[in-house]
Design a protein around this ligand. Structure first.
Ligand code: BES
Ligand code: MN
Ligand code: ZN
Length: 466
């Protein structure tokens, strides 16, 4: 879909003119007021739609009215959802072009563009019959700058969603490395198995050793013009999580190609930095591998030594994400960054606790946690803080090593956070668990089933706001 901006669209011929209506108010189009509002009593409840023919009375063939709800409750998040809803409706009626004219003073161009492109997204490359798409939309009243930024954000989300939706046959650790190497405006270093071994990443290495597809350690770097802060972003990059020798039941394994959603998020974020030019140094880090059962797999009872020298007894080979993140966290801390954020489809427990609406957040700095929660909120995502009570550490005790990789099932998301904390020394750090939010089994709000691009918008806004 192409998005354009124009001063005025009411005199432009187009298939559909999309307008908004607040509850208890009229629209800006007389024809719509006469038929939809006065005769049919269309109220304009949030995201309700009303479609009417214009019979040539105005240049547009049809008018689509979208309810904007109560004026005093309207904000950028509602704008995004209203535009997304409109685009879905346009797809439904097989419209190819539309003009959007909302009677709103604020410049919501960024959210409008993001909403349109989230709704426009489809993963239909393997379908012979493609999804009906709108070719072109034009926004009135929004600035080109805001709309352009929205398109940058949406393109980043698209890369993330495409990578997470794609099958694990295609998205291997080498494929992630290749995507990272091809990013514009980013310098990328790829470490192969031998170098991973030499760097002392015994935990990461163990997870990948059962697969025929070799692990890759990916380090991307972006340097802004006026570097105000140095940040490392780490994404969990398990290209397929079978559980390993502690193999998952079939139903739980079904979507485990999405276990690299954290990595896909970081690749999406890095892909946009060249265009957004934030005043930061950003390190994008991915320890990519597959967790597979085979004769060379790591085993329950194995003792692993992480990059910082700490030893881990493998209690369950399905708690693999934290092992790969442990070494990635050590690596990131050695870069001398101010802040580290890791994002991971880490625990089923987080999904049980928060469902598919909110991602869990934990960390060692309350101010950073709150800044991320606030940024998420204004970006259209929801982060919910989970506790890291020190008592949880007891369940990670091992008789023969410094710790086990798995603790009690109860409080599983927090225990995973406590485990990760053992590998952070120096920088401020936050951990975001997107197990429930990265990949939807059924459609939710403006998202179709599948990958959502969780984390991308929040991280980009977080970097931009520094
Ligand atoms: N990748 C899974 C977590 C997950 C579950 C993500 C569901 C998305 C949806 C992770 O590696 C895992 O298997 N975690 C185990 C940990 C357990 C063995 C301590 C879990 O949550 O069951
Ligand atoms: Mn697992
Ligand atoms: Zn996993």
């Amino acid at each position: 879909m192409e998005i354009k901006v124009s001063e005025n669209v009411t005199s432009t011929p187009c298939e559909v003119l999309v307008i908004g209506k607040f509850e208890g108010e009229k629209t800006t189009v007389e024809l719509a007021n006469k038929y939809a509002v006065e005769k049919d009593r269309f109220e304009g409840k949030f995201c309700e739609t009303y479609l009417m023919h214009t019979l040539g009375q105005i240049p547009a063939d049809k008018i689509l009215i979208v309810g904007l709800g109560k004026k005093e409750e309207f904000d950028a998040n509602k704008m995004r959802q209203a535009v997304a809803k409109s685009v879905k409706k346009l797809q439904q009626i097989k419209a190819k072009n539309a003009c959007f004219d909302f009677d709103i003073n604020a410049d919501y161009g960024k959210s409008a563009a993001i909403g349109a492109l989230i709704a426009d997204y489809a993963f239909d490359k393997y379908k012979n019959k493609k999804v009906d798409k709108v070719d072109e939309i034009t926004f009135a009243k929004f600035s080109e700058k805001e709309v352009k930024e929205g398109i940058i954000f949406a393109n980043a989300m698209k890369l993330t969603r495409d990578l997470a939706n794609e099958s694990a046959q295609i998205v291997t650790p080498s494929k992630l490395a290749e995507v990272a190497k091809n990013l514009e405006g980013i310098t990328t270093q790829i470490y192969d198995k031998d170098e991973i071994e030499r760097m002392g990443m015994g935990a990461f290495l163990a997870v990948g050793q059962g697969s025929v597809n070799p692990p890759k350690f990916i380090h991307m770097k972006y340097t802004g013009k006026n570097v105000k802060r140095k940040i490392a972003l780490i994404g969990k990059g398990i290209c397929f999580d079978s559980g390993g020798l502690d193999i998952k039941p079939a139903s739980s394994m079904l979507t485990m190609r999405d276990d690299m959603s954290g990595a896909a998020c970081i690749l999406g974020v890095m892909s946009a930095l060249k265009y957004l030019e934030p005043d930061v140094e950003v390190h994008g880090i991915i320890a990519a591998c597959e967790n597979m059962p085979s004769g060379s797999s790591y085993k329950p009872g194995d003792i692993l030594t992480a990059k910082n020298g700490k030893t881990i007894e493998v209690d369950n080979t399905d708690a693999e994400g934290r092992l790969t993140l442990a070494d990635a966290l050590c690596y990131a801390c050695e870069l001398g960054v101010d802040e580290v954020i890791d994002i991971a489809t880490l625990t089923g427990a987080c999904m049980v606790a928060l469902g598919t609406v909110a991602s869990g957040i934990m960390g060692n700095n309350e101010d950073m946690i709150n800044r991320l929660i606030d940024t998420a909120k204004s970006s259209g995502e929801t982060y919910w803080e989970l506790p890291m009570f020190p008592e949880y550490k007891d369940s990670l005790k091992s008789d023969i090593a410094d710790m086990k990789n798995t603790g009690s099932r109860q409080g599983g998301a927090s225990i995973a956070g406590i485990f990760l904390k053992e590998f952070v020394s120096g920088p401020k750090w936050c951990h975001i668990d997107i197990a429930g939010t990265a990949f939807l089994e059924k459609p939710q709000k403006e998202f179709i089933a599948g990958a959502t691009g969780a984390g991308v918008r929040t991280f980009l806004n977080y970097l931009k706001n520094i």
